[in-house]
Design a protein around this ligand. Structure first.
Ligand code: BG6
Ligand code: MG
Length: 218
C-alpha cells in the first residue's frame, strides 16, 4: 500500500536525548544503591518512565513504597530536565530536519513518543511545526512494545496502519510498530534493530526517495 503517513519516535530518532535519559537513570539508580549499565539502558529505550523504574527496581532487587516510587520518578525527571535545559536546535539529529522538510506536504507527519516531555523538546529543537499530529506519554496508557502509541498516531492522521511508516531507534519501538501492522525504518545498528524492515544509521543523505526505495519490497 502507498505510504501516506510517517510516524517518528522522538528520543534517539529526532533528538540526541537518549544519552541524557541514560545519565539521569544512572544518577537515580546510584541514589537507590543500584548499579546500572549501558546494556540495561538499551532495554529502557522507548519504555515509559514508570515502566523503566519498575525494571530498575527489579534489577536491583529492592522494593519501594508507592510514595518512594513516585519520588524516584520525580527525581529522575528533574535531573533529566536539568540535563536538557540548554538543549538547542543543533541537538536535532543530523539530517532529520532536512528529511522532515522534504517529506512535508507529501506525507502526513506524526510523533509517536513515550516521553511526557516530547512537546517541549520538539519546541526547543524547533521541529514542532513539521507535525500534523502529536502522540506522547501523556496520551497513552501502555508502553511500547504495545502498539497503542502508533495506533493513536495513525488515527489522528486519519490513516490506516498499512499506510504508515514508523521511524524508531528502540527494539521495543520496532516491535510496537510491527504489532500495529506498520512498516518500520530502524535508526541505529542493524544487529540491534533486526526486526525492522530497513535500518539506517541516521538521516544524513537519507530522503523520502531512499525511504520509498528501501521499503519497496516490503
Ligand atoms: C522514551 C525514551 O522516548 O521516553 C525513554 O526512549 C523514556 O528512555 C521515555 O523513559 C519516557 O520519557 P519521559 O521524558 O516522559 O521521562
Ligand atoms: Mg527512541
Amino acid at each position: 500500500m502507498a505510504i501516506r503517513g510517517l510516524i517518528f519516535d522522538l528520543d534517539g530518532v529526532l533528538v540526541d536525548s537518549a544519552r541524557y535519559h541514560f545519565k539521569a537513570w544512572k544518577m537515580l539508580s546510584a541514589s537507590l544503591g543500584i548499579d546500572f549499565t549501558e546494556e540495561q539502558n538499551e532495554e529502557l529505550k522507548g519504555i515509559s518512565r514508570a515502566d523503566s523504574l519498575k525494571k530498575i527496581v527489579n534489577w536491583g532487587g529492592i522494593e519501594l513504597t508507592e510514595q518512594e516510587f513516585a519520588d524516584a520518578m520525580e527525581r529522575k525527571n528533574s535531573w533529566y530536565l536539568e540535563l536538557i535545559q540548554d538543549m538547542s536546535p543543533d541537538e536535532a539529529l543530523t539530517g532529520c530536519r532536512a528529511f522532515l522538510k522534504s517529506a512535508q506536504g507529501t506525507y502526513r507527519i506524526a510523533l509517536g513518543s513515550a516521553s511526557r516531555n516530547a512537546r517541549s523538546i520538539l519546541q526547543r529543537v524547533e521541529l514542532i511545526s513539521f507535525f500534523d499530529a502529536l502522540v506522547d506519554g501523556n496520551d497513552t496508557t501502555r508502553s511500547k512494545p504495545d502498539p497503542q502509541v502508533f495506533q493513536l498516531a495513525a488515527e489522528r492522521l486519519g490513516l490506516e496502519p498499512e499506510e504508515c511508516v514508523v521511524f524508531e531507534d528502540a527494539v521495543a519501538g520496532v516491535q510496537a510498530a510491527k504489532a500495529a501492522g506498520m512498516r518500520v525504518v530502524g535508526v541505529g545498528a542493524p544487529e540491534v534493530l533486526h526486526e525492522a524492515d530497513a535500518v539506517i544509521a541516521g538521516f544524513a543523505g537519507f530522503g523520502p526517495r531512499e525511504m520509498e526505495q528501501g521499503l519497496m519490497a516490503v
